[in-house]
Design a protein around this ligand. Structure first.
Ligand code: BES
Ligand code: ZN
Ligand code: ZN
Length: 480
Protein backbone atom coordinates (compact mmCIF):
# COMPACT_ATOMS: atom_id res chain seq x y z
CA UNK A 1 0.00 0.00 0.00
CA UNK A 2 3.01 2.29 0.41
CA UNK A 3 2.60 3.46 -3.16
CA UNK A 4 2.24 7.07 -2.14
CA UNK A 5 4.56 9.60 -0.57
CA UNK A 6 3.79 12.02 2.22
CA UNK A 7 6.15 13.89 4.60
CA UNK A 8 6.65 12.86 8.23
CA UNK A 9 5.99 15.26 11.09
CA UNK A 10 8.61 15.28 13.86
CA UNK A 11 8.96 17.01 17.18
CA UNK A 12 11.97 19.34 17.38
CA UNK A 13 13.55 19.99 20.75
CA UNK A 14 15.37 23.15 19.76
CA UNK A 15 14.92 25.67 16.98
CA UNK A 16 17.57 25.13 14.35
CA UNK A 17 17.14 28.15 12.09
CA UNK A 18 19.12 26.45 9.31
CA UNK A 19 15.78 25.16 8.12
CA UNK A 20 13.19 27.26 6.33
CA UNK A 21 10.92 28.31 9.12
CA UNK A 22 7.24 28.94 9.55
CA UNK A 23 6.47 31.23 12.43
CA UNK A 24 2.99 31.60 13.81
CA UNK A 25 2.86 35.24 14.83
CA UNK A 26 0.43 38.06 15.34
CA UNK A 27 0.49 41.79 14.76
CA UNK A 28 2.02 42.44 18.15
CA UNK A 29 4.91 40.00 17.96
CA UNK A 30 8.37 41.23 18.95
CA UNK A 31 10.11 41.19 15.56
CA UNK A 32 13.50 42.24 16.90
CA UNK A 33 13.51 39.43 19.45
CA UNK A 34 12.54 37.01 16.70
CA UNK A 35 15.78 37.99 14.95
CA UNK A 36 14.61 40.15 12.05
CA UNK A 37 16.72 43.08 10.84
CA UNK A 38 15.50 46.65 10.24
CA UNK A 39 14.62 46.25 6.58
CA UNK A 40 12.85 42.95 7.24
CA UNK A 41 10.78 44.54 10.00
CA UNK A 42 9.86 47.38 7.65
CA UNK A 43 8.78 44.82 5.06
CA UNK A 44 6.75 42.84 7.62
CA UNK A 45 5.01 45.94 8.84
CA UNK A 46 4.10 46.98 5.31
CA UNK A 47 2.59 43.54 4.72
CA UNK A 48 0.62 43.77 7.96
CA UNK A 49 -0.71 47.14 6.76
CA UNK A 50 -1.79 45.36 3.58
CA UNK A 51 -3.63 42.83 5.77
CA UNK A 52 -1.60 39.91 4.41
CA UNK A 53 -2.07 36.65 6.33
CA UNK A 54 0.99 34.91 4.98
CA UNK A 55 4.28 36.77 4.70
CA UNK A 56 7.27 35.16 3.02
CA UNK A 57 10.81 36.38 3.62
CA UNK A 58 13.37 34.76 1.37
CA UNK A 59 17.11 35.07 1.40
CA UNK A 60 19.80 32.84 -0.05
CA UNK A 61 20.28 30.96 3.20
CA UNK A 62 16.78 30.86 4.57
CA UNK A 63 13.08 31.15 3.95
CA UNK A 64 10.88 32.41 6.71
CA UNK A 65 7.13 32.21 6.42
CA UNK A 66 5.13 34.26 8.84
CA UNK A 67 1.60 33.13 9.41
CA UNK A 68 -0.54 35.85 10.85
CA UNK A 69 -2.81 34.34 13.41
CA UNK A 70 -6.25 35.64 12.55
CA UNK A 71 -7.83 35.89 15.94
CA UNK A 72 -5.77 36.71 18.98
CA UNK A 73 -7.17 34.33 21.56
CA UNK A 74 -9.67 31.75 20.33
CA UNK A 75 -8.71 29.34 17.60
CA UNK A 76 -12.07 28.59 16.02
CA UNK A 77 -12.56 25.86 13.48
CA UNK A 78 -12.46 28.34 10.60
CA UNK A 79 -9.05 29.58 11.71
CA UNK A 80 -7.82 26.00 11.93
CA UNK A 81 -8.91 25.48 8.33
CA UNK A 82 -7.20 28.70 7.31
CA UNK A 83 -4.00 27.41 8.92
CA UNK A 84 -4.23 24.05 7.12
CA UNK A 85 -4.69 25.87 3.82
CA UNK A 86 -1.76 28.12 4.62
CA UNK A 87 0.32 25.01 5.33
CA UNK A 88 -0.60 23.79 1.86
CA UNK A 89 0.41 27.10 0.25
CA UNK A 90 3.78 27.04 2.02
CA UNK A 91 4.31 23.41 1.05
CA UNK A 92 3.94 24.34 -2.62
CA UNK A 93 6.72 26.93 -2.32
CA UNK A 94 8.96 24.56 -0.38
CA UNK A 95 8.57 21.79 -2.92
CA UNK A 96 9.10 24.24 -5.77
CA UNK A 97 12.47 25.12 -4.18
CA UNK A 98 13.41 21.45 -3.76
CA UNK A 99 13.78 21.78 0.02
CA UNK A 100 13.61 18.64 2.20
CA UNK A 101 12.84 19.96 5.66
CA UNK A 102 10.87 22.76 7.29
CA UNK A 103 10.44 23.95 10.84
CA UNK A 104 7.21 25.27 12.33
CA UNK A 105 7.26 27.19 15.56
CA UNK A 106 5.07 29.51 17.58
CA UNK A 107 1.96 29.52 19.70
CA UNK A 108 -0.58 28.09 20.15
CA UNK A 109 0.62 24.57 19.47
CA UNK A 110 -2.70 23.57 17.87
CA UNK A 111 -1.95 26.17 15.18
CA UNK A 112 1.42 24.58 14.42
CA UNK A 113 -0.28 21.17 14.16
CA UNK A 114 -2.85 22.53 11.71
CA UNK A 115 -0.14 24.06 9.51
CA UNK A 116 1.78 20.77 9.55
CA UNK A 117 -1.37 18.83 8.69
CA UNK A 118 -2.09 21.05 5.69
CA UNK A 119 1.52 20.82 4.57
CA UNK A 120 1.68 17.04 4.77
CA UNK A 121 -1.72 16.39 3.20
CA UNK A 122 -1.00 18.96 0.48
CA UNK A 123 2.29 17.23 -0.29
CA UNK A 124 0.62 13.86 -0.99
CA UNK A 125 1.44 12.30 -4.35
CA UNK A 126 0.35 9.10 -6.06
CA UNK A 127 3.07 8.31 -8.59
CA UNK A 128 2.76 4.51 -8.86
CA UNK A 129 2.02 4.64 -12.60
CA UNK A 130 4.64 7.29 -13.51
CA UNK A 131 7.87 6.04 -15.09
CA UNK A 132 9.80 9.11 -13.92
CA UNK A 133 8.38 9.05 -10.39
CA UNK A 134 11.78 9.81 -8.86
CA UNK A 135 12.00 13.09 -10.75
CA UNK A 136 8.42 14.07 -10.00
CA UNK A 137 8.57 13.25 -6.31
CA UNK A 138 8.14 16.16 -3.91
CA UNK A 139 11.28 17.10 -2.00
CA UNK A 140 9.64 17.83 1.36
CA UNK A 141 10.26 14.81 3.60
CA UNK A 142 10.36 16.15 7.15
CA UNK A 143 8.18 18.70 8.89
CA UNK A 144 9.60 19.62 12.29
CA UNK A 145 7.45 21.28 14.91
CA UNK A 146 9.27 23.10 17.65
CA UNK A 147 7.16 23.07 20.76
CA UNK A 148 7.64 22.62 24.47
CA UNK A 149 3.95 21.90 24.89
CA UNK A 150 3.29 19.13 22.39
CA UNK A 151 3.77 15.49 23.31
CA UNK A 152 5.24 12.82 21.07
CA UNK A 153 1.84 11.09 21.26
CA UNK A 154 0.09 14.08 19.65
CA UNK A 155 2.64 14.07 16.84
CA UNK A 156 2.30 10.30 16.36
CA UNK A 157 -1.48 10.61 16.20
CA UNK A 158 -1.30 13.37 13.60
CA UNK A 159 1.04 11.26 11.46
CA UNK A 160 -1.40 8.34 11.69
CA UNK A 161 -4.34 10.57 10.69
CA UNK A 162 -2.37 11.86 7.70
CA UNK A 163 -1.15 8.42 6.67
CA UNK A 164 -4.65 6.95 6.94
CA UNK A 165 -6.17 9.78 4.90
CA UNK A 166 -3.54 9.16 2.22
CA UNK A 167 -4.26 5.42 2.27
CA UNK A 168 -7.91 6.23 1.51
CA UNK A 169 -6.89 8.63 -1.26
CA UNK A 170 -4.62 5.99 -2.77
CA UNK A 171 -7.30 3.30 -2.70
CA UNK A 172 -9.61 5.71 -4.53
CA UNK A 173 -6.93 6.74 -7.01
CA UNK A 174 -6.13 3.14 -7.92
CA UNK A 175 -7.98 2.24 -11.12
CA UNK A 176 -10.23 -0.80 -11.18
CA UNK A 177 -7.73 -2.51 -13.52
CA UNK A 178 -5.79 -3.02 -10.28
CA UNK A 179 -8.36 -2.56 -7.55
CA UNK A 180 -10.98 -5.27 -8.08
CA UNK A 181 -13.26 -6.23 -5.20
CA UNK A 182 -10.85 -9.05 -4.36
CA UNK A 183 -7.88 -6.67 -4.41
CA UNK A 184 -9.72 -4.14 -2.21
CA UNK A 185 -10.22 -6.88 0.37
CA UNK A 186 -6.57 -7.92 0.05
CA UNK A 187 -5.49 -4.34 0.73
CA UNK A 188 -7.71 -4.32 3.81
CA UNK A 189 -6.04 -7.56 4.95
CA UNK A 190 -2.58 -6.02 4.58
CA UNK A 191 -3.66 -3.00 6.60
CA UNK A 192 -5.25 -5.23 9.25
CA UNK A 193 -1.96 -7.05 9.65
CA UNK A 194 0.14 -3.90 9.91
CA UNK A 195 -2.22 -1.96 12.21
CA UNK A 196 -3.52 -4.87 14.29
CA UNK A 197 -7.21 -5.51 13.83
CA UNK A 198 -9.16 -8.66 13.06
CA UNK A 199 -10.40 -9.25 9.51
CA UNK A 200 -12.52 -11.80 7.73
CA UNK A 201 -13.09 -11.74 3.96
CA UNK A 202 -16.08 -13.59 2.56
CA UNK A 203 -15.84 -14.94 -0.99
CA UNK A 204 -18.71 -15.41 -3.44
CA UNK A 205 -19.58 -18.89 -2.13
CA UNK A 206 -19.88 -17.60 1.42
CA UNK A 207 -21.84 -14.52 0.26
CA UNK A 208 -24.23 -16.86 -1.55
CA UNK A 209 -24.66 -19.05 1.51
CA UNK A 210 -25.47 -15.89 3.52
CA UNK A 211 -28.11 -14.96 0.92
CA UNK A 212 -26.81 -11.44 0.32
CA UNK A 213 -29.18 -10.92 -2.59
CA UNK A 214 -28.44 -7.22 -3.02
CA UNK A 215 -24.68 -7.68 -3.36
CA UNK A 216 -25.05 -10.77 -5.57
CA UNK A 217 -27.55 -9.13 -7.93
CA UNK A 218 -25.30 -6.11 -8.54
CA UNK A 219 -22.40 -8.51 -9.15
CA UNK A 220 -24.31 -10.59 -11.71
CA UNK A 221 -23.16 -8.48 -14.67
CA UNK A 222 -19.50 -8.79 -13.70
CA UNK A 223 -16.87 -11.44 -14.33
CA UNK A 224 -15.09 -10.45 -11.10
CA UNK A 225 -16.46 -12.03 -7.91
CA UNK A 226 -17.78 -9.86 -5.05
CA UNK A 227 -16.33 -9.77 -1.55
CA UNK A 228 -17.72 -8.90 1.86
CA UNK A 229 -15.11 -7.73 4.33
CA UNK A 230 -15.64 -7.72 8.08
CA UNK A 231 -13.12 -5.82 10.18
CA UNK A 232 -13.17 -5.80 13.95
CA UNK A 233 -11.18 -3.79 16.44
CA UNK A 234 -12.05 -4.63 20.04
CA UNK A 235 -9.38 -3.51 22.50
CA UNK A 236 -9.38 -4.53 26.16
CA UNK A 237 -10.96 -1.77 28.22
CA UNK A 238 -12.95 -0.27 25.34
CA UNK A 239 -15.19 2.61 26.45
CA UNK A 240 -18.20 1.26 24.55
CA UNK A 241 -19.72 -2.19 25.19
CA UNK A 242 -21.85 -2.11 22.03
CA UNK A 243 -19.76 -1.47 18.93
CA UNK A 244 -19.82 1.43 16.55
CA UNK A 245 -20.24 -0.09 13.10
CA UNK A 246 -18.87 1.63 10.00
CA UNK A 247 -20.21 0.54 6.62
CA UNK A 248 -18.59 1.62 3.33
CA UNK A 249 -19.88 1.38 -0.23
CA UNK A 250 -17.29 -0.64 -2.15
CA UNK A 251 -18.34 -0.35 -5.78
CA UNK A 252 -14.88 -0.57 -7.33
CA UNK A 253 -16.29 0.64 -10.63
CA UNK A 254 -19.74 1.90 -11.54
CA UNK A 255 -20.70 1.72 -15.21
CA UNK A 256 -24.36 2.00 -14.24
CA UNK A 257 -24.89 -1.66 -15.16
CA UNK A 258 -27.56 -2.21 -17.83
CA UNK A 259 -28.79 1.32 -17.04
CA UNK A 260 -25.44 2.42 -18.45
CA UNK A 261 -24.42 5.88 -17.32
CA UNK A 262 -25.95 8.24 -19.86
CA UNK A 263 -24.09 11.52 -19.43
CA UNK A 264 -20.87 12.06 -21.42
CA UNK A 265 -17.79 11.58 -19.20
CA UNK A 266 -19.88 10.63 -16.16
CA UNK A 267 -18.13 7.26 -16.07
CA UNK A 268 -14.60 8.67 -16.18
CA UNK A 269 -14.18 9.01 -12.43
CA UNK A 270 -16.30 6.04 -11.37
CA UNK A 271 -13.31 4.19 -9.94
CA UNK A 272 -14.06 6.52 -7.01
CA UNK A 273 -17.26 4.64 -6.17
CA UNK A 274 -15.51 2.73 -3.40
CA UNK A 275 -14.53 5.92 -1.54
CA UNK A 276 -16.87 4.99 1.32
CA UNK A 277 -15.13 1.63 1.65
CA UNK A 278 -11.75 3.36 1.51
CA UNK A 279 -12.80 5.67 4.35
CA UNK A 280 -13.95 2.76 6.52
CA UNK A 281 -10.83 0.64 5.90
CA UNK A 282 -8.53 3.62 6.53
CA UNK A 283 -10.35 4.57 9.72
CA UNK A 284 -9.98 1.01 11.04
CA UNK A 285 -6.28 1.28 10.25
CA UNK A 286 -6.00 4.58 12.13
CA UNK A 287 -7.82 3.62 15.31
CA UNK A 288 -5.96 0.32 15.60
CA UNK A 289 -2.61 2.02 15.04
CA UNK A 290 -3.49 4.66 17.65
CA UNK A 291 -4.71 1.93 20.00
CA UNK A 292 -7.85 3.93 20.76
CA UNK A 293 -10.07 2.45 23.45
CA UNK A 294 -13.09 2.09 21.23
CA UNK A 295 -14.84 -1.01 19.94
CA UNK A 296 -15.43 -0.58 16.20
CA UNK A 297 -16.56 -2.90 13.42
CA UNK A 298 -16.10 -2.12 9.72
CA UNK A 299 -18.19 -3.72 6.97
CA UNK A 300 -17.43 -3.42 3.27
CA UNK A 301 -19.57 -5.00 0.56
CA UNK A 302 -17.60 -4.82 -2.68
CA UNK A 303 -18.16 -5.48 -6.38
CA UNK A 304 -18.03 -3.68 -9.68
CA UNK A 305 -21.27 -2.74 -11.45
CA UNK A 306 -21.28 -3.85 -15.06
CA UNK A 307 -23.73 -4.72 -17.85
CA UNK A 308 -22.35 -8.23 -18.53
CA UNK A 309 -24.57 -10.82 -20.18
CA UNK A 310 -25.96 -12.13 -16.91
CA UNK A 311 -26.61 -8.64 -15.52
CA UNK A 312 -29.86 -8.19 -13.65
CA UNK A 313 -32.36 -6.14 -15.60
CA UNK A 314 -34.60 -3.21 -14.76
CA UNK A 315 -37.90 -4.71 -13.67
CA UNK A 316 -36.28 -7.66 -11.86
CA UNK A 317 -37.26 -8.45 -8.30
CA UNK A 318 -34.40 -9.11 -5.90
CA UNK A 319 -34.71 -10.83 -2.57
CA UNK A 320 -32.38 -9.13 -0.12
CA UNK A 321 -30.57 -10.72 2.83
CA UNK A 322 -33.18 -9.21 5.16
CA UNK A 323 -35.98 -10.99 3.28
CA UNK A 324 -37.32 -7.73 1.81
CA UNK A 325 -38.00 -7.73 -1.93
CA UNK A 326 -36.82 -4.92 -4.19
CA UNK A 327 -38.11 -4.03 -7.63
CA UNK A 328 -34.90 -2.99 -9.37
CA UNK A 329 -35.81 -0.23 -11.82
CA UNK A 330 -32.41 1.36 -12.34
CA UNK A 331 -29.20 -0.65 -12.31
CA UNK A 332 -27.26 2.56 -11.67
CA UNK A 333 -28.82 2.79 -8.21
CA UNK A 334 -26.57 -0.11 -7.16
CA UNK A 335 -24.98 1.37 -4.05
CA UNK A 336 -28.13 1.05 -1.97
CA UNK A 337 -28.52 -2.58 -3.09
CA UNK A 338 -25.17 -3.65 -1.67
CA UNK A 339 -25.34 -1.38 1.38
CA UNK A 340 -28.77 -2.75 2.33
CA UNK A 341 -27.30 -6.22 2.92
CA UNK A 342 -24.41 -4.80 4.95
CA UNK A 343 -26.76 -2.65 7.05
CA UNK A 344 -28.98 -5.67 7.66
CA UNK A 345 -25.94 -7.72 8.67
CA UNK A 346 -24.91 -4.97 11.11
CA UNK A 347 -28.00 -5.73 13.25
CA UNK A 348 -26.29 -8.79 14.70
CA UNK A 349 -23.81 -6.57 16.55
CA UNK A 350 -26.57 -4.74 18.48
CA UNK A 351 -24.64 -1.57 17.65
CA UNK A 352 -24.54 1.66 19.59
CA UNK A 353 -24.35 3.52 16.29
CA UNK A 354 -23.94 2.63 12.63
CA UNK A 355 -22.47 5.13 10.17
CA UNK A 356 -22.42 4.32 6.49
CA UNK A 357 -20.34 6.25 3.98
CA UNK A 358 -21.12 6.10 0.29
CA UNK A 359 -20.68 7.94 -2.97
CA UNK A 360 -24.37 7.23 -3.32
CA UNK A 361 -26.10 9.91 -5.38
CA UNK A 362 -25.39 12.62 -7.90
CA UNK A 363 -28.24 14.43 -6.14
CA UNK A 364 -26.12 14.87 -3.00
CA UNK A 365 -23.30 16.37 -5.05
CA UNK A 366 -25.79 18.62 -6.86
CA UNK A 367 -27.29 19.79 -3.56
CA UNK A 368 -24.15 21.05 -1.81
CA UNK A 369 -21.25 20.44 -4.17
CA UNK A 370 -17.86 19.35 -2.90
CA UNK A 371 -18.00 21.51 0.20
CA UNK A 372 -19.48 19.09 2.67
CA UNK A 373 -21.09 15.74 3.34
CA UNK A 374 -24.83 15.18 2.95
CA UNK A 375 -26.02 13.49 6.14
CA UNK A 376 -29.26 11.98 7.38
CA UNK A 377 -30.42 9.28 9.73
CA UNK A 378 -31.94 8.15 12.97
CA UNK A 379 -29.06 8.61 15.43
CA UNK A 380 -29.75 10.45 18.70
CA UNK A 381 -29.36 14.22 18.82
CA UNK A 382 -26.34 13.68 21.05
CA UNK A 383 -24.69 11.44 18.45
CA UNK A 384 -25.61 13.76 15.59
CA UNK A 385 -24.24 16.79 17.40
CA UNK A 386 -20.99 15.03 18.22
CA UNK A 387 -20.58 14.01 14.57
CA UNK A 388 -21.41 17.53 13.36
CA UNK A 389 -18.94 19.03 15.81
CA UNK A 390 -16.19 16.66 14.61
CA UNK A 391 -17.14 17.61 11.07
CA UNK A 392 -16.50 21.27 11.82
CA UNK A 393 -13.23 20.63 13.65
CA UNK A 394 -11.73 18.76 10.70
CA UNK A 395 -13.63 20.90 8.18
CA UNK A 396 -15.54 17.99 6.69
CA UNK A 397 -18.84 19.64 7.43
CA UNK A 398 -22.08 17.70 7.68
CA UNK A 399 -25.29 19.04 6.21
CA UNK A 400 -28.30 17.27 7.66
CA UNK A 401 -31.18 16.67 5.26
CA UNK A 402 -34.83 16.37 6.31
CA UNK A 403 -35.73 12.73 6.75
CA UNK A 404 -39.52 12.90 6.85
CA UNK A 405 -41.68 9.78 6.50
CA UNK A 406 -43.23 11.15 3.31
CA UNK A 407 -40.00 10.60 1.41
CA UNK A 408 -40.43 6.85 1.95
CA UNK A 409 -43.63 7.03 -0.13
CA UNK A 410 -41.48 7.81 -3.15
CA UNK A 411 -39.82 4.37 -3.11
CA UNK A 412 -43.05 2.34 -2.83
CA UNK A 413 -43.42 -0.38 -5.45
CA UNK A 414 -46.59 -2.01 -6.86
CA UNK A 415 -44.77 -5.28 -7.28
CA UNK A 416 -42.31 -5.62 -4.39
CA UNK A 417 -41.67 -4.23 -0.90
CA UNK A 418 -39.87 -1.23 -2.38
CA UNK A 419 -38.20 -0.05 -5.57
CA UNK A 420 -34.60 1.06 -5.85
CA UNK A 421 -35.27 4.54 -7.22
CA UNK A 422 -37.40 7.45 -6.09
CA UNK A 423 -38.91 10.17 -8.22
CA UNK A 424 -37.29 13.20 -9.80
CA UNK A 425 -36.95 15.07 -6.48
CA UNK A 426 -34.93 14.55 -3.29
CA UNK A 427 -32.73 11.82 -4.79
CA UNK A 428 -30.22 11.81 -1.94
CA UNK A 429 -32.99 11.48 0.65
CA UNK A 430 -34.97 8.74 -1.08
CA UNK A 431 -31.70 6.77 -1.33
CA UNK A 432 -31.33 7.27 2.44
CA UNK A 433 -34.94 6.20 3.00
CA UNK A 434 -34.22 3.00 1.09
CA UNK A 435 -31.27 2.25 3.39
CA UNK A 436 -33.32 3.05 6.50
CA UNK A 437 -35.55 0.02 5.79
CA UNK A 438 -32.57 -2.21 6.60
CA UNK A 439 -31.72 -0.61 9.95
CA UNK A 440 -33.18 -1.04 13.44
CA UNK A 441 -30.48 0.83 15.41
CA UNK A 442 -29.25 4.43 15.72
CA UNK A 443 -27.83 5.15 12.31
CA UNK A 444 -26.36 7.91 10.12
CA UNK A 445 -25.87 7.90 6.38
CA UNK A 446 -23.13 10.06 4.87
CA UNK A 447 -23.39 10.65 1.13
CA UNK A 448 -19.88 11.67 0.06
CA UNK A 449 -20.53 11.81 -3.71
CA UNK A 450 -19.62 15.53 -3.72
CA UNK A 451 -16.33 15.70 -1.77
CA UNK A 452 -14.83 12.21 -2.35
CA UNK A 453 -13.26 12.84 -5.74
CA UNK A 454 -12.23 16.20 -7.20
CA UNK A 455 -11.36 17.06 -10.77
CA UNK A 456 -9.39 20.13 -9.75
CA UNK A 457 -7.11 20.91 -6.82
CA UNK A 458 -8.78 22.06 -3.60
CA UNK A 459 -5.91 23.19 -1.38
CA UNK A 460 -4.58 20.41 0.89
CA UNK A 461 -7.46 18.11 -0.05
CA UNK A 462 -5.66 17.76 -3.35
CA UNK A 463 -7.00 16.60 -6.67
CA UNK A 464 -8.71 13.25 -7.34
CA UNK A 465 -9.22 11.07 -4.21
CA UNK A 466 -9.51 13.29 -1.11
CA UNK A 467 -9.89 10.74 1.67
CA UNK A 468 -13.28 12.24 2.49
CA UNK A 469 -14.71 11.06 5.82
CA UNK A 470 -11.48 9.64 7.27
CA UNK A 471 -10.45 12.64 9.37
CA UNK A 472 -14.04 13.11 10.46
CA UNK A 473 -14.50 9.52 11.65
CA UNK A 474 -11.14 9.43 13.41
CA UNK A 475 -11.88 12.72 15.19
CA UNK A 476 -15.28 11.41 16.29
CA UNK A 477 -13.85 8.11 17.56
CA UNK A 478 -10.97 9.87 19.36
CA UNK A 479 -13.45 12.01 21.24
CA UNK A 480 -15.91 9.38 22.37
N1 BES B 1 -22.05 6.16 -7.93
C1 BES B 1 -23.20 6.89 -8.32
C2 BES B 1 -23.31 8.24 -7.63
C3 BES B 1 -22.21 9.24 -7.91
C4 BES B 1 -22.40 10.27 -8.80
C5 BES B 1 -21.02 9.19 -7.21
C6 BES B 1 -21.41 11.20 -9.01
C7 BES B 1 -20.01 10.12 -7.44
C8 BES B 1 -20.22 11.13 -8.34
C9 BES B 1 -24.45 6.10 -7.97
O1 BES B 1 -24.33 4.72 -7.99
C10 BES B 1 -25.51 6.47 -8.98
O2 BES B 1 -25.30 6.22 -10.11
N2 BES B 1 -26.60 7.05 -8.49
C11 BES B 1 -27.67 7.43 -9.33
C12 BES B 1 -28.97 7.04 -8.67
C13 BES B 1 -30.18 7.19 -9.55
C14 BES B 1 -30.12 6.22 -10.70
C15 BES B 1 -31.42 6.93 -8.72
C16 BES B 1 -27.61 8.94 -9.54
O3 BES B 1 -27.29 9.65 -8.59
O4 BES B 1 -27.84 9.38 -10.65
ZN1 ZN C 1 -24.63 3.93 -9.94
ZN1 ZN D 1 -22.43 3.99 -7.63
Amino acid sequence: MKTFSVPQIKLAKKTPYELPTVLVVNKNSDWKKAGFNESEIEYIQAKIQDKKDLITIKSISEMVFLVMEKTEDTLGYKTMEYLRKTGHTIQQQINAEGIEGVLISGEPSSATLAIAEGMALGSYQFLKYKKDADKLKNSLANIYIYSTKLSQKEIDQLNIIIESTCIARTLVNEPQSFLTATELSKQAELLAKSAGFHIDVWNKTKIKSMKMGGLLSVNQGSIEPPTFTIMEYKPAGAKNKKPIVLVGKGVVYDTGGLSLKPTPNSMDSMKCDMAGAAAVISTMHAIAKMKLKVYVVGLVPATDNRPGENAYTPGDVVEMMSGHTVEMLNADAEGRMILADALHYAKKYNPELVVDLATLTGAAAAAIGQYGIVAMGTASDLQKNALKSSGEQVYERLVEMPFWDEYADLIKSDLADMKNIGGPVAGAITAGKFLEKYTDYPWMHFDIAGPAYLNSQDSYRGKNGTGSGVRLLIHYLMNI
